[in-house]
Design a protein around this ligand. Structure first.
Ligand SMILES: Cc1cc2nc3c(=O)[nH]c(=O)nc-3n(C[C@H](O)[C@H](O)[C@H](O)COP(=O)(O)OP(=O)(O)OC[C@H]3O[C@@H](n4cnc5c(N)ncnc54)[C@H](O)[C@@H]3O)c2cc1C
Length: 462
């Protein structure tokens, strides 16, 4: 009897999972394994929102495997140590895993390969599982990765996305007699995790596929026009499912393309952004912490300003609304992310790493490639070709939240402020608004926008 181990990482699904497929094809039995990895915790990456979403994903994956005759084996500890010991206990010759791109994932691969080889076993790493197109597959002439999105996207669009593979009908796992000692530990329970955002979405492949289906049949057509409408909430909200691999990026592209139109084009383009950041990080793993394009910044560090930004009390309604959405849902609209990040890194001229850390502490889709490289993009130390642009929260508010509905949803102190003042409530005072209109419990701006912009431009020599 031949046995292979499938080590699930960022591919927590049974549909379109080439790792699972390959292992089932080559062996009589497989051991579907997930290791709650001490290394992820030690790296400070196991934020409560992601742990809760992960718990849903694992429960759902286990249920899917059981309905096919298998089950998920869960271990806790060092991922390499636990994976090797499971492989040894079932005498598996091969262990299959999806290719990762972060420094941590690359190191995990290296360690696994070496440890398995020592015991005469083999590691099989599968590409294009986490992304639609594998990092490293597309390269510009004379370079190992694309540093600018537009040419990357041109190339990406010409490349075929691999065909999605169906979910297996049956999953054969060794029984207790064949593999004593692989019973596994209890799955984590979402209910026991503290510090989780109240409005956190439900995780898991079943919920993710439901969302993908509803999105393709309902949301996609309105996406191009509504993508930046903060109050309209007209984006897919698939990011956490994509992050955990509960939904496959390749399948999402294929399904969207079956409904051709501007909405599908715009959505597929965003998936390409995700691939783009993954291929940058795969080529430059140090970009998770170091400036991709150093600008000689000597960042400011004002503890009170950073605390106000984190708490959603900067006095700029759109920034504050976005920061409060983040805390409440563990998720933030993309326009809000750009604005909150621009405000921190440019108006307050604070190191992007401070903001990226806070986002990683709360975001359910918190992802090293997408988070760190989007932060760098906004801060102007990344791949943006206009590194010194500064977003203005007032003009952005008037444009993307013209009635102030998004602001009022998240900043109840401004509920009664008339539309024309909702993005600049301080003008009520300047223009002698009736005292009753003054939002008494809402802070005054922590910095003037022109002052912040001048300081930033001076620092950058822009
Ligand atoms: C400062 C900052 C930090 C960010 N941190 C993360 C993060 O940690 N994890 C994350 O998944 N996204 C991150 N993003 C990208 C983007 O904001 C989110 O992917 C998006 O808001 C998720 O919502 P959605 O699923 O409704 O997106 P949709 O608009 O429906 O887009 C579909 C999918 O495309 C991908 N996508 C969309 N925009 C981007 C982008 N700019 N870069 C990369 N992929 C994109 C996502 O996987 C998303 O689910 C960040 C953006 C900024 C500006």
């Amino acid at each position: 009897m031949s046995v292979s181990v499938v080590l699930f990482t960022s591919d927590l699904r049974v549909h379109d999972n080439p790792v699972l497929r390959a292992a089932l094809r080559e062996s009589d039995r497989i051991v579907p394994l997930f290791v709650v990895d001490d290394g992820v915790r030690d790296a400070g990456f196991d934020a409560p929102n992601r742990r809760a979403f992960l718990a849903d994903c694992l429960a759902d994956l286990d249920a899917s495997l059981r309905s096919r005759g298998g089950r998920l084996v869960l271990r806790r500890g060092d991922v390499v140590d636990r994976a090797c010991s499971v492989a040894a206990s079932v005498r598996a010759y091969r262990l299959h895993v999806a290719a990762g791109v972060s420094r941590y994932a690359l190191r995990r691969e290296e360690r696994l390969r070496a440890a398995l080889a020592e015991a005469g076993r083999e590691l099989v790493v599968h590409d294009a599982v986490v992304t639609a197109i594998a990092p490293g597959r597309l390269t510009p002439s004379g370079g190992d990765h694309y540093a600018v999105f537009t040419p990357y996207f041109r190339r990406w669009s010409q490349e075929g996305v691999r065909a999605a593979v169906g979910a297996p009908r049956t999953v054969r796992v060794p029984d207790a007699a064949e593999a004593p000692g692989i019973a596994g530990e209890p799955l984590p329970s979402r209910a026991k995790i503290t510090g989780v955002s109240e409005g956190l979405a439900e995780g898991g492949e079943t919920a993710g596929r439901r969302r993908l289906r509803a999105w393709c049949s309902g949301g996609l057509d309105r996406y191009e026009a509504g993508q930046d409408d903060l109050a309209g909430d007209a984006t897919s909200r698939l990011s956490p499912y994509l992050h955990f691999g509960a939904v496959s990026a390749a399948e999402a592209v294929q399904r969207a393309r079956r409904r051709p139109g501007p909405g599908a084009d715009a959505f597929v383009r965003q998936i390409a952004w995700r691939d783009f950041h993954h291929q940058v990080l795969a080529a430059r793993p140090d970009a998770s912490t170091a400036d991709y394009r150093p600008r000689g910044d000597r960042w400011r560090e004002d503890a009170a300003e950073i605390a106000a930004w984190r708490a959603g009390r900067t006095g700029y309604p759109l920034v504050d609304a976005a920061m409060r959405q983040l805390r409440h849902e563990g998720w933030m609209h993309n326009r809000g992310r750009m604005l909150a990040a621009s405000f921190l890194t440019k108006t307050l001229y604070t190191d992007w790493r401070v903001g990226a850390r806070h986002f990683l502490d709360l975001l359910v889709d918190g992802d090293i490639a997408n988070n760190q490289l989007n932060w760098q993009w906004v801060a102007g130390t990344g791949t943006d070709t206009r590194p010194n642009r500064v977003l203005n929260p007032v003009t952005q508010g008037k444009r993307f939240d013209p009635r102030g509905s998004y602001v009022r949803r998240w900043v109840p102190e401004l509920a009664e402020v008339p539309d024309r003042y909702v993005h600049e409530p301080w003008r009520l005072k300047d223009e002698g608004g009736a005292p009753a209109d003054h939002p008494a419990d809402y802070p005054a701006p922590i910095v003037g926008l022109s002052r912040g912009r001048e300081r930033f431009e001076r620092a950058r020599g822009a």
